[in-house]
Design a protein around this ligand. Structure first.
Ligand code: GLA
Length: 391
């Protein structure tokens, strides 16, 4: 995306020049899925697909917001003193939620702004377009008003926007990845303590290919919230025999020893996924650090199987993408990424094989599912920040 183009779009919309440009990335999670609300490990990195924002301060208390992705929605106007969720405010509810919680923390902001937004992350693709917009807002507001609010606090306010403003009981994975990322690295994050380590993603001979199933099942949010409730119910039963406050604190051995106290098989499988996936994430990060890429790929595949069989958040389209990727030459590993119920998978593929990989997986997918999948090469990115002119 060109800066000049973004400035032009701003001017066309608001009839004067925009002032500052910001970029907030999307994310892929390399491994560690549905562990973040279970106190387990995650291992995401930010990607160069993301959300751009051009902004200029206003004198009054209004925000005028326009998205180049939703021209039919037109410009949405709201007052910074009236930040209630309104369905008709569409995508700007993410902006409103962030601004509401930021003001709760730092007091009322002195004025509003005009905002032009353009995103390159496909919606509903499980690449965190919503966290990207939340952190874009967070960084814009932080920088525009010179606020004294830490990056980690902005990340937490992003999660709060999701949980309280939008009603999705998600964990901190997406906002953390989008807010804290460093280009060239993935973060091994302990969601229990929020301690984390930046691990280099140094793959000179491979590409990370994102495979978009272009499918999203309905009722994703309620399915997601149900998974979380099931994990909480399993934890409660385990707590009668072991002293832990989250599933992420359990080793696989302890889980095997006590799993019989979980009376329901579905709950047992949900908890088993959370415990094993967290342990697997630790091991996978170790493997990557040691340059043992094949081992990393094996963990990716195991993660996918667990998400398919125990956690049941794959659908035919994503399961097909991962499993057909496994059969292609030069593939180190492949798995679904993000919340599931559609969206994207990722695969690590040898450079020379990428072209035939895309052709083969793509044509098999089209034949079976009846529409085209999309493929993108993932490049890592920094967390949300201002795009200064000389970059
Ligand atoms: C979604 C949620 C995250 C996380 C993932 C699954 O992306 O927003 O908090 O739970 O699903 O790992």
């Amino acid at each position: 995306m060109e800066r000049k183009q973004l400035m032009k779009e701003f001017k066309e919309r608001f009839n004067y020049e925009g002032e500052r440009v910001f970029f907030s990335p999307g994310r892929i999670n390399l491994i560690g899925e549905h562990t973040d609300y279970n106190g387990g490990k995650v291992f995401p990195c930010a990607i160069t697909m993301g959300t751009y924002g051009v902004v200029k301060a206003r004198k009054d208390n209004k925000v005028h917001a326009y998205s180049g992705n939703f021209p039919e929605v037109d410009t949405i106007v709201f007052n910074i003193q009236d930040l209630a969720f309104k369905k008709e405010d569409n995508w700007t509810n993410y902006v409103k939620g962030m601004m509401k919680y930021i003001q709760e923390q730092v007091g009322e902001l002195p004025h509003g702004f005009d905002l032009y937004v353009y995103g390159t992350i496909p919606n509903g693709a499980s690449l965190s377009s919503s966290a990207s917009l939340e952190l874009l807002t967070g960084v814009i507001v932080h920088d525009l008003y010179n606020l004294d609010i830490s990056r980690l606090d902005l990340v937490k306010l992003g999660m709060r926007t999701e949980n309280e403003f939008l009603g999705l009981n998600s964990g901190i994975l997406d906002q953390f990845a989008v807010g804290m990322a460093v280009k060239g690295y993935a973060m091994l994050l302990d969601t229990n303590t929020l301690s984390y380590e930046q691990v280099p993603v140094d793959l000179p001979h491979h590409k990370i290919v994102i495979m978009n199933s272009m499918t999203r099942r309905e009722l994703v949010d309620s399915e997601y919230n149900t998974r979380r409730e099931q994990c909480e119910a399993a934890l409660e039963q385990l707590q009668e025999v072991v002293d832990v406050s989250s599933l992420g604190e359990l080793t696989e051995e302890t889980f095997e020893k006590y799993k019989h106290v979980i009376k329901d098989d579905v709950l047992m499988r949900r908890a088993r996924h959370a415990v094993y996936e967290s342990a697997r994430t630790d091991r996978a990060a170790e493997a990557l650090k040691a340059g043992e890429l094949d081992l990393f790929g094996k963990y990716m595949n195991e993660s996918h199987i667990s998400l398919d069989e125990d956690y049941e958040v794959t659908i035919e389209a994503t399961d097909l993408l991962a499993r057909s990727a496994w059969k292609e030459p030069g593939v180190i590993g492949a798995r679904m990424t993000g919340g599931g119920f559609g969206g994207c998978c990722i695969a690590i593929v040898e450079n020379d094989e990428v072209k035939s990989f895309v052709e083969n997986v793509g044509s098999g997918f089209n034949e079976k599912i009846g529409h085209e999948a999309e493929f993108y090469i993932a490049e890592t990115a920094d967390g949300a920040k201002e795009w200064v002119d000389n970059e």
